[in-house]
Design a binder for this molecule. Structure first.
Ligand code: HEM
Length: 246
């Protein structure tokens, strides 16, 4: 019998019906479309998309989060205190993550400064006038996330790392679209919830066992690569300290 794995690839293989040869582009009936299986090419393309879009982004965000902890000790202390008070050294479960209010603010501030995508792109299906400027159909529109998340109109002293920008009170003072690390609208990042859960879970595990501080090779401020995705040009070397179990 073929081995069955408990993973994402297995889910896709279970949904594969290459023999039905249902064609994405010619299928007309929505009901039929929903019942169709994935073909081999779609299984492969989804695997690549999830690996490219889902791995580097989350891994980099986690690395930047550790950097922010190491270079903001007061913030790290508050994260440690919250995690210890809520979990008392026990392993966190998914449903417990929503109790971590300060970690949520911290994580949002990491995403404000180091959201993986420097820009998101859109193409207009029809011409539109926005604030007196006419944008013709099919013109590429680029939304610069990096600049938006550092716009001093919404983010005073933008380079300062301050999780309290994300208290309910402070969030209410900004337009919703001032903070869009996962994009927005129907094409918003499909992996957003998974990414948030993964990074928070990893941070809890890490902070239950270690704390972070800068080492002699830590760049402050960190030098970023130029390109479509935010990465540290020279890596993020940090000192990792063992913690006493609470
Ligand atoms: C911290 C981690 C992540 C960040 C910051 C991030 C950010 C983004 C952004 C900005 C977009 C473009 C959205 C738009 O144009 O409005 C996007 C799209 C996408 N992301 Fe993520 N992402 C992350 C993690 C993931 C993960 C874990 C997966 C999958 C497992 C994933 C899969 C995708 C896919 C498939 C798209 C294309 C969606 C579409 O075009 O409909 N991402 N992501």
């Amino acid at each position: 019998m073929d081995q069955v794995y408990n993973d994402f690839l297995q889910l896709m293989l279970n949904a594969r019906h290459d023999d039905k040869q249902s064609d994405y582009f010619t299928i007309g009936d929505l009901k039929e479309f929903k019942n169709r299986g994935l073909n081999n090419s779609e299984v492969k393309e989804n695997a690549v998309t999830f690996f490219v879009a889902g791995y580097d982004t989350t891994a980099n965000t986690l690395a930047f989060a550790c950097y922010c902890l190491a270079t903001n000790h007061d913030v790290q202390d508050k994260c440690l205190e919250e995690i210890d008070n809520i979990f008392h050294g026990e392993r966190p479960q998914f449903e417990d993550l929503s109790k971590l209010e300060y970690l949520d603010r911290f994580f949002n501030e990491v995403l404000r400064l180091y959201a993986s995508a420097v820009r998101i792109q859109r193409g207009g299906k029809q011409g539109i006038t926005v604030k007196g400027v006419y944008i013709p159909k099919d013109v590429d529109i680029s939304v610069p996330l990096y600049a938006l998340h550092r716009n001093p109109t919404y983010w005073p002293d933008p380079e300062k790392f301050d999780p309290d920008r994300f208290t309910e009170e402070n969030k209410a003072k900004r337009p919703d679209y001032a903070f869009i690390p996962f994009g927005v609208g129907p094409r918003i990042c499909i992996g957003m919830r998974l990414a948030v859960m993964e990074v928070k879970m990893a941070l809890v595990f890490l902070l239950q066992n270690f704390s972070f501080s800068p080492c002699s090779k830590t760049e402050i401020p960190i030098e970023l690569e130029t390109g479509g995705l935010i990465r540290a040009k020279n890596g993020i070397p940090l000192k990792i300290n063992n913690r006493e179990k609470p």
